[in-house]
Write a new protein. Sequence first.
Length: 539
Amino acid sequence: MPARFNRRILLRGLGGAVVAAPFLGSVAERWARGDSVGSAQGPKRLIVMFTYHGCITNRWFPAKSHGALTAADLNGTTLAPLAPFADKLLLPRGIRSMNEWTMDLSLGQGNDPLYQVSGSYFTCVPVSPHSDDPLDPLTPRVQPMPTAPSLDHVCIQQLLPPYSEPLLVNVANSPHTWRSAISFSAGNKEFRGTGSLSGLMNQLTGLFESSAPLSADSYKVARGQAVLDVVRADLETLERMDMSAADRRKLADWKDLLVMTTKAATPLCGVETAQTVSLGDASALPYSSEDASEKVTDRLDIADLYANVVALSAVCQANPVIFLRFPSSHTYTSLGVTTDLLFLGNRVGSVPVSAGSCEPGVTDQIHTVDQFHARKFAHLVDLLNSFDEGDGRLLDSTATVWFQQFSDGCAMNTNNLPIIQAGSCGGYFKTGQAINVFDGTSDLYPGNSEECELSGVVRDFKALGTPPDIANAPINKYFCNLMNAIGVKAGPDGFPLVGGTEEVRCFGMYDDTRDFASGGVNPPKINDPGGFDELRAGT
C-alpha cells in the first residue's frame, strides 16, 4: 500500500460499475498507518449554492445584523427553514460584490446589466470587451467574458493536482446562457459544468453513461435492481473491516442516501434530453407524504435530488469544490408564480431597466421564490449535517454558502449582499453568529425591496436597493477567508499561487467596484488585502 492513501474508495461490480463510496478515516488509518488522512478532523470543502436576481431583502435578513444568531432571529424571515441549524450558521453582513451596473457609469462597467455582475462575481475582474453604452448591450453583438479564472477553478488548481475541474451542477439542467455564466476555467473561457442527471449519477456509480454500451450492471439497475447489489462483494468486504462506530454510521447513511437518490434518478436519467429534465411522475421523488405538500410539482421539484447528488459527491470526496447553480430564468408556476423570475425581479414584468407600474402581488411572488430557495438550501445543509465525519459532522468540515447575484433584483445593487454560510470548515469560521463586517452595528439597513409594492410604481429602479455608501465591504476579502479555510495557498504577493506557502491575502483585479469603470484601464489595485478577521474563530 502506498504511503499516501487515495481518499476515494471505489466499489467494483462485475459488469463495470465503479461506485464511489464514502472515505472512512478509521479504515484508512489501518490501511495507511501514519498518513494524515486518518485524522479526527475531516477534509475541508467549499460548497456553493448560487441563485439569481436577488431577493426581498428586508424579508430575507434577520433584524439582528451583528451578534449571536438564534433560531428566534430566523423565525419569521425567509431564512426560517434554517432555524434548526442556527448554531452552525454564519451570516456575514455588509458585503459588496464587484462591478455593479449603473446607468450613469458611476459604478462598474457599462456592459449588459446582468452579465457583467455574474461574470465578475467569482472573478473580481472586469469583463471584456468593454462597453460604455449601458443600454445597447441589452441586444448584445458580443459576449463579454471576465479576464481571469473564477474562484472555483483557482481553488481546484491547488486542491486536485494535476489540474482537473470543480463540480458545477446546473439544477434541472437549467438553461445556460452567457448572461448567467459564473464559472470560468481561464480568462475568456467559460466552464459550463453539467445539469445532466445521468452524467452526475455516472460520476458516482459508473452506471449511467449514455454514450457507452449498456453494461451488465447498468442493465440490472435499469431493470430495478439496487445499485448496491451490483457491487455487493466489494461492499461486504468493506463492511467487514474494522472501523469506528462513527464510520459505520457514515457508511450506513451513505447507503440509504444512495439507494433513495438512485431510485428517484433512474427513471429521470432515462428520459432526460439535452435541454431539460422533465419530471413526469412526482411519486418517483424521494419525498415522504408528510412533506409532500411543501414540494412543487414542476420540473424544479427535483432540486432536492440535485442536492442529494452534491451531498453524495461531498461524502465520497469526489470533489472539494462544488457549485450548485439554480436557473437564471424560470417561471415557478406550481408555486403560484406566474412570471419569469428575471422579470419578477424588475417588478414591472418586462425587460431590465424598465420603469412603470408594479405587477400586482409582485413582492409576495418574489418572496415565494425566495422561500423555495431557502428550503432547498436547508435541505442541502440537513443532508451534510446528517453524516458523521471525524469528531463532528460532514457539515462541520465544509463552508456551505448560499450566494445571490444581486441584493435586490430591480435595483441590481451588489452591496448589502444576502449571504448565508453553514459549517465552520473545520473550525476556521465562527458559527452561530451574524457578523457585520462593514461597521459592526447590530441594525444594518436591510434594503428597500418592498418600496415598489408600497408606491405601486417603479420610477427609479435603484431606489429599491441599498444606498451605495453603506454595506460595501469587498467580497474579495470573504473569498480570501474561504480559500484559506480549505487550504489554498498564496505566493509572496498574497495572490493564490500553485506551490505557494503563504495565506491568501488578495484576489481579483480590484476590490472597489468604482475601479471597474472603463473596463480595466485603471491599474490593478487591492485596497484592503487580507480576509475578514472578524469571521475567524478565536478572534
